[in-house]
Design a protein around this ligand. Structure first.
Ligand code: UDP
Ligand code: MG
Length: 318
């Protein structure tokens, strides 16, 4: 029998976990009843350093249900690290990553599996455009994907989330070859290739608790997407220096003409404009270089992506 692994990252989700478990196990049960291809299931919960009662709740679930496996981090390492650990420990033929707050509806699991059975190695879940989303958000999102797809060699789907399914061979690839520290899993799984399919879904409101992502964190993720998948910004230096050379020549010609005519007055203004312009280029480049340097630092340090404190019911315990 084939095995399905559900990977659930958990950070302070005490209010959602029991409900999540009930809903998900119900979906799994009905899947069998509906006469689809039977799957043995495992629920790999990754406790990402929760400070509330999440781990106690997970331990209790693992006690009564053998399919529940728990990986508990020594502190909070972030959602990407949690999903990475889940993929590392999962043993299924098909893996699905989903959030514990029920914003990634477990009811969609059979639909995702159908795509896998139809031959897809990567099943991306794209959030439907929120109709009430502001104009600014729509425009920035559209610009983000346009620019990203222009600058990188991969064609990224719009609005995909951390809700996705991958086959065992895709998971093996990510597990073995994508160990870099600046992580962007939903990008990695689009970069590996293979047959890909996209399902769009409506994300409901969070079941309980509050979002752990601030605007600042989201902006950080957007920046990383670029430095993770494109080196084109590094080449901006060449374009900027070409522009500076043109400007230098222009200002030199201006200076000569000025000298020949022996006019007076606008020299200081010219100098100021030139100076501020050159400085803005300089700062821009410094910022770009800083981004990449940051990545190099993380790679060179080679710190672990996560550190496991304890595990329950995983293969490694037996
Ligand atoms: N999460 C995590 N570590 C973190 C932050 C979040 O494992 O540092 C988990 C969280 O418990 C949830 C999922 O990642 O299951 C998505 O987080 P959240 O719902 O806060 O994000 P949003 O849906 O608001 O983007
Ligand atoms: Mg959420």
């Amino acid at each position: 029998m084939k095995k399905l692994s559900l990977i659930v990252s958990v950070y302070n989700e005490e209010a959602s976990l029991a409900h999540f478990y009930d809903v998900t196990t119900e979906v799994l049960k009905n899947m069998d009843a509906n006469g689809g291809e039977p799957y043995e299931a495992e629920l790999v919960f990754v406790n990402d350093g929760s400070k509330d009662k999440s781990l106690e709740i997970l331990s209790a679930l693992a006690d009564k249900d053998e399919r529940v496996k728990v990986i508990s981090f020594s502190r909070n390492f972030g959602h990407e690290a949690a999903m990475t650990a889940g993929i590392d420990y999962a043993t299924g033929d098909f893996l699905i990553c989903l959030d514990a707050d029920l914003q990634n509806p477990p009811e969609l699991i059979p639909k995702i599996l159908a795509e896998y059975e139809g031959g897809a190695d990567v099943v991306l879940m794209a959030r439907e455009e929120n109709k009430s989303a502001g104009f600014l958000k729509k425009v920035t999102s559209a610009m983000f994907y346009k620019l990203l797809n222009k600058l990188s060699e991969v064609e990224f789907e719009r609005n995909v989330s951390d809700f996705f399914g991958i086959s065992k061979r895709a998971a093996d690839l990510v597990r073995d070859n994508y160990r870099e520290k600046t992580r962007y899993l939903r990008g990695f799984i689009q970069q590996i290739g293979f047959k890909r399919s996209v399902i769009s879904y409506k994300a409901p409101a969070r079941y309980a608790g509050e979002s752990k992502y601030s605007i600042g964190k989201l902006f950080g993720i957007a920046m990383h997407t670029f430095d993770c998948f494109s080196v084109t910004p590094l080449k901006a230096g060449l374009a900027a220096s070409a522009l500076s050379i043109v400007l230098t020549i222009a200002s030199f010609i201006y200076y000569i003409v000025f000298w020949i005519r022996n006019d007076s007055g606008s020299g200081v203004a010219l100098l100021c404009t030139l100076l501020t312009f050159l400085f803005s280029i300089l700062f821009l480049l410094l910022g770009v270089v800083g981004q990449y340097l940051g990545n190099i630092m993380r790679e060179v340090r080679n710190r672990p992506v996560y550190i496991v404190d304890s595990t329950i019911n995983t293969e490694k315990d037996r």
